[in-house]
Design a binder for this molecule. Structure first.
Ligand code: ADP
Ligand code: ZN
Ligand code: ZN
Length: 754
């Protein structure tokens, strides 16, 4: 017997599956990393061969043979197989699910990579000279042309090349039938990225001292793992350091992988890479078709692409010669997947760097507390860029106390006069508000009733264009009721501010419609609703870049990756909600967002002003952020976390269960908590360094999308006992009969606990 195939399959069970080799093992060798088609129940699935074993827990007569091997050689390099298996283990997820994350959809579906050969046409081997004479006598000029072309290229012309000259398949078939030409298949020809000369298209800047030190530290060690936090305010020249580190990598014939947040990948960012380098740059993000994604993936794997720029799942992109991984805006929450395998691609980047012995750089203006802690405990190198590159000066932050003020559409008088002044000077204003729609609630003036979503514990948001009520958690829509559902009063009013309402008010104040004269101030709203149309985002950005006086009103879509050189005033409409959220990360994330938005201002020679409106100007965290900057702000929060033992000073696993019927949701987690406590006792996993079980308890948003949600928190100062508990606990949970009545999930290092 050739051995037993141990295979990862995309099914929701935390184990691998054993099969016998296919009955007719004609071609292909059994190498880990190839795809295998196997029977599973009455279905057929595509899995990945993980290892060859000599024994199985399944009796041999029960083992089924695989149907077919799909690849002749592994589709993933060993380092990525290790990374994927490590992710399955660390995130306690089925290995098959993790491989599904790692592979482009077409490969998961069994797409035949051998089809990646291209068709060429060449003169037939035993050419019929009489047929040639006949063709030359015939009145078939296009066929004669094609024939003479193919005859000149004895080693064949690709079908694409022929097509581009207007020779289509029927014409070629005709020549084939005449016995003149024949098709051949050849692997596509491609050029390795380092064969493009010269590597640089444009020359780099002369680095300032801090940048030079950073570059030296990142590149000094060559083929070795290192983790570096590159901490520098927006505009301090981090990207320039990345570009030069990449140039260094490419020169060693190694590739670079750059991770960016989901909405941070702007055409400007991409243009900076394409303008600097002659090597192909591949971009992988969620907006691609399956075919585009596969092409990008293949180009990285074959070494055609020198640079891969990718969002979250791009961490699984195989590289022929890996050389460096850069994670830009490492604090960004979009690096954490929020469903299925809940991995953090920033954290996987660090593990991958270790596996491939290459440097990993985490760049940000506002490091996450986890990353700060890692650099303070010397697991990461810490490099800081303190100055803005070039001449730009940092923006000035100022609090605007909104208490006892005559507010106009959520804006204080002092804010409005600053807006007016900025427009008068011909500059632009950015108004940031993290709420789309017109108003967050519609309320009854008579009885105070708020209109809620029927499926969620949430109020419905009022939208004006088109007019409707909308739930941002489950997408429920309804029209506007004529009267209060509670007291039948007809007096219903919007309460609070959304981007639509702020846009409306700013338009009335600064760009009244009756003012038709040329040079009217533009009020441009940028949020998910206004940008729904395919090209509207780019059109708006282009308009902003013309630099005429304008007010930009937007959500965090505006906060990332963009440079708005003409913006000199930034207004943060409400700094308070995030600071008082139930989530222990609320303050950290709000501080990061404020600085991120603030960083849009004054990037060129014009210094920026940032006005932060608050009803709690004495909030010590806000004070610390304004007066002492991010370092002091984050250190305060870090100290608090240490004193109460929250991450990064402890580790959390969050188990969530949900179903329309509340009863099993709670009972399932009650059972789980009992088993967990028993295991902790029996395995000695408790004590001061051990695991604490908290809950079960309702999730902060108990009802969402019509389902009741409960949570169980497992928390420990050390990872080891926590993971040891989970190895034992999860198989018990999988067997629980309640699992047929509900959905459950596990989230390691959860970022969003709602
Ligand atoms: P970050 O990525 O930290 O936001 P960038 O690398 O985008 O910063 O730099 C901000 C601006 O300064 C860019 O326009 C960049 O071209 C310019 N810049 C960066 N480094 C230098 C330098 N050493 N000399 C001159 N200009 C620089
Ligand atoms: Zn009412
Ligand atoms: Zn809802």
């Amino acid at each position: 017997m050739t051995g037993i195939l141990r295979i990862a399959l995309p099914v929701n069970l935390r184990r691998l599956f054993d099969y016998l080799p296919p009955r007719s093992l004609q071609s292909g060798t059994l190498t880990p990393g190839i795809r295998v088609r196997v029977p599973f129940g009455s279905r057929e699935l595509v899995g990945i061969l993980i290892s060859l074993e000599t024994e199985s827990e399944v009796p041999e007569n029960k083992l089924r043979p695989a149907h077919a091997l799909l690849d002749e050689s592994p589709i993933l390099p060993p380092s990525l197989i290790k990374l994927t298996l490590w992710a399955a283990d660390y995130y306690h997820s089925p290995a098959g699910d993790t491989f599904s994350q790692a592979l482009p959809a077409l490969l998961r579906q069994g797409y035949d990579l051998a089809r990646e050969v291209h068709q060429f046409w060449q003169p037939a081997a035993n050419l019929d000279t009489q047929a040639e004479q006949a063709l030359l006598r015939a009145r078939a000029p296009r066929q004669q042309e094609a024939w003479s072309l193919i005859k000149q290229h004895g080693d064949g012309i690709s079908i694409e090349a022929l097509k581009s000259m207007g020779f289509e398949r029927p014409l070629l078939k005709n020549l084939e039938n005449r016995g003149l030409i024949e098709p051949i298949e050849k692997a596509p020809e491609f050029q390795l990225f380092y064969e493009h000369e010269p590597l640089l298209k444009s020359s780099p800047y002369v680095l300032n001292e801090e940048q030079a030190r950073a570059l030296e530290s990142i590149t000094c060690e060559g083929e070795q793992f290192s983790a570096t936090l590159l901490h520098g305010v927006t505009g301090s020249g981090k990207t320039e350091v990345y570009l030069q580190a990449i140039a260094h990598t490419l020169a060693k014939k190694q590739q670079a992988l750059v991770l960016v947040p989901e909405i941070g990948l702007t055409p400007q960012t991409l243009a900076r890479f394409r303008d600097r380098f002659n090597v192909p740059v591949v971009v992988l993000h969620s907006g691609l078709t399956d075919r585009e994604r596969l092409n990008g993936w293949l180009s990285a794997r074959r070494g055609e692409a020198g640079i891969v720029i990718a969002t979250r799942s791009g961490i699984f992109t195989p590289l022929l010669h890996p050389g460096i991984i850069i994670v830009d805006e490492e604090h960004d929450l979009s690096y954490k997947q929020q469903d299925g395998v809940r991995y953090s691609s920033r954290d996987l980047a660090l593990y991958r760097g270790r596996l491939e012995s290459i440097p990993v750089v985490l760049g940000t203006a506002t490091p996450s507390l986890e990353t700060l802690h890692n650099s303070q405990t010397h697991r990461f190198r810490y490099l800081q860029l303190r100055q803005r590159a070039g001449n730009a000066r940092p923006p000035v932050l100022e609090l605007i106390d909104t208490r006892n003020q005559q507010m106009t559409g959520g804006l204080a008088p002092a804010t409005l006069s600053a807006v007016k002044e900025t427009l008068k000077q011909g500059q632009q204003v950015l108004v940031f508000l993290n709420r789309r729609g017109y108003a967050p609630t519609l309320t009854c003036d008579n009885c105070g009733y708020l209109i809620d979503c029927p499926n969620c514990d949430a109020h419905l948001t009022l939208h004006k264009t088109p007019l409707h009520l909308h739930c941002h958690h489950c997408d429920y829509h309804q029209g506007i009721p004529d009267q209060c559902p509670n007291c039948q009063s007809r007096e219903l009013s919007p309460v609070g501010q959304g981007t639509e309402r702020t846009e409306e008010i700013l338009e009335q104040l600064f760009a009244p419609r009756e003012n038709k004269r040329k040079g009217r101030v533009d009020v441009l709203r940028i949020d998910r609703d206004s940008m729904r149309k395919k090209h509207s985002f780019q059109e708006t950005i282009n308009k902003i870049h013309q630099g005429n006086p304008a007010i930009l009103v937007g959500t965090q879509m505006l906060a990332k990756g963009h440079h708005f050189p003409a913006v000199t005033l930034v207004v943060i409409v409400n700094a308070d909600t995030g600071f008082f959220s139930a989530d222990f990360r609320g303050a950290e994330k709000t501080g990061q967002l404020i600085l991120q938005v603030a960083g849009r201002a004054g990037r060129a020679e014009k210094p920026g002003q940032v006005l932060i409106q608050t009803g709690n100007p004495d909030n010590p965290q806000l004070q610390s952020l304004i007066h002492h900057g991010y370092d002091a702000f984050s250190q305060d929060i870090l100290n608090q976390r240490r004193s109460i033992g929250l991450p990064p000073f402890s580790h959390i696993a969050l188990i969530t269960s949900e179903a329309t019927n509340p009863q099993p949701v709670e009972e399932f987690l009650n059972n789980t908590a009992i088993v967990a406590r028993e295991l902790i006792e029996a395995e000695n996993l408790g004590g001061p360094e051990g695991v604490m079980v908290m809950g079960p308890m309702p999730a902060p948003m108990e009802r969402r999308q019509g389902r009741m949600r409960w949570q169980l928190h497992l928390q420990a100062p050390n990872r080891k006992p926590l993971h040891n508990l989970l190895y034992r606990l999860l198989p018990v949970m999988e067997q629980d009969p309640f699992t047929r009545k509900l959905r459950w999930s596990i989230d390691i290092d959860p970022q969003d606990m709602s």
